[in-house]
Design a protein around this ligand. Structure first.
Ligand code: FES
Ligand SMILES: [Fe+2]
Length: 407
């Protein structure tokens, strides 16, 4: 049939051929959303080779506190060890490979494998094992380490032994985010929105606001990002004057796409204005929680932050929302949304959870719907890559490094 793509897809084509056919400024071709072979390579190269935002320092307040982060076949234990350091280990026993930690979070004095009771220190060293033959070297059988970065309390992990060199970019980002004092936050709420779509459709949707005006009625009332014409120089300058007054920087940092110093080392920071009448991302425009860090007042802005290709944050003056789009199979994704407020804020007294989470709950439900329909359309044998709008530059940048990391 004219114009129809073969169902055999990847059986006949290598990933390199698909990547070679890619045209900058177009959406990806169908195989990137339908091929199990590409998906498995992504788990290895993209999810296995990128920094992933795993959690927040407040989840590891005490020695022995741990949480798990899971993606694909991997499970990682992130823990505060006996010396107080944050470290991470693969949740795979060095005896015969059993999962060791089964609960998603908790506090432990040591890790004990539920299979044959090998026991590991919090720092991953093998401590005890039963009846092993002479010559068994305990030092060779510690838990496999996973790389960790603590950026102002946001904890990132990377499964690769050679992670993207993101530290220099984080140093440039640090003074811009410092006034928010991310290290002094706590998780107010986290939610998971499963969507029957490939993870890239979910991430690509987050990376553009071309869809905001048609798809997000509530968001578009308050966020000028929905329309370049609405984000006037006057609106930006008025916000920046207020930002300076409340102690926030007005600069931008864009090291994504071609401007990233290395694939996977993307970092982005930009604060943009909310519409008049809105001091934060709320339903009625009013503040929702105590001001973050050392801010002295609301400036009526919202900051987009990207750290690595997979992690996105939105910072209002009084709360932070973190987003990850974690694949659970080729065409199922967990949209993981985390709301953080100042650590001393008390629910009921200082914030109302329903008000705090309202905007990004309704907005994510909209996104779930449009992403699902996107996958349905992309599954069609008649789907062809289409041209991206100038408002979809974030997708262009994502494709740039995604393809470099994939092959
Ligand atoms: S698999 Fe862990 S002790 Fe045997
Ligand atoms: Fe959206």
């Amino acid at each position: 049939m004219c114009g129809m793509e073969s169902r055999q897809g990847m059986d006949e084509q290598s990933i390199e051929v698909c990547v070679g056919r890619f045209q900058t400024g177009q959406s990806l071709e169908r195989q990137f959303y339908t091929s199990e072979q590409i998906y498995q390579q992504e788990l290895e190269k993209i999810w296995g080779g990128s920094w992933i935002w795993a959690g927040h320092i407040s989840q590891l307040a005490n020695k022995g506190d741990y949480f798990l982060f899971e993606v694909g076949s991997e499970s990682v234990i992130v823990v505060r060890d006996g010396t107080g350091a944050i470290c991470a280990h693969l949740n795979v026993c060095r005896h015969r490979g059993s999962r060791i930690c089964l609960e998603p979070c908790g506090n432990l004095r040591a890790f004990s494998c539920p299979y044959h009771a090998w026991t590991y220190s919090l720092n991953g060293d093998l401590r005890s094992r039963r009846m092993m033959p002479d010559g068994f070297d305990r030092a060779d059988h510690g838990l496999l380490p996973v790389k960790v970065i603590d950026f102002q309390g946001l904890i990132f992990i990377c499964l690769s032994e050679t992670p993207p060199p993101i530290e220099p970019a984080l140093e440039r980002l640090a003074p811009m985010t410092a006034p928010f004092q991310f290290e002094n936050l706590k998780i107010a709420h986290h939610a998971s929105y499963p969507v029957p779509a490939n993870w890239k459709l979910a991430l690509e949707n987050y990376l553009e606001c071309y869809h905001c005006a048609p798809a997000h009625k509530e968001y578009s009332k308050s966020h000028s990002l929905k329309d370049p014409a609405a984000m006037t120089p006057e609106l930006i300058e008025a916000m920046q004057a207020r930002s300076v007054n409340v102690g926030l920087p007005t600069g931008e940092l864009n090291e994504t796409g071609e401007d990233a110093r290395a694939p996977g080392a993307d970092v982005y920071y930009r604060r943009y204005p909310l519409f008049p009448g809105y001091v934060t991302g709320s339903r009625n425009g009013e503040g929702l929680a105590p001001l973050l860090g050392n801010l002295t007042d609301y400036d009526g802005g919202a900051t987009d932050i990207q750290i690595g290709p997979l992690n996105n944050f939105l910072v209002y003056s009084d709360y932070l929302v973190g987003y990850r789009f974690v694949p659970t199979s080729l065409q199922t994704t967990d949209i993981q949304t985390v709301w953080l407020v100042r650590s001393d804020a008390e629910e009921g007294r200082d914030y109302d959870l329903e008000h705090l989470t309202w905007l990004w709950h309704v907005t994510t439900l909209d996104d779930e719907r449009i992403i699902r329909h996107n996958q349905e359309g992309v599954n069609s044998l008649y789907y062809r890559p289409g041209p991206l709008s100038s408002m979809e530059w974030g997708i262009v940048d994502f494709h740039h490094n995604y393809l470099k990391m994939l092959v």
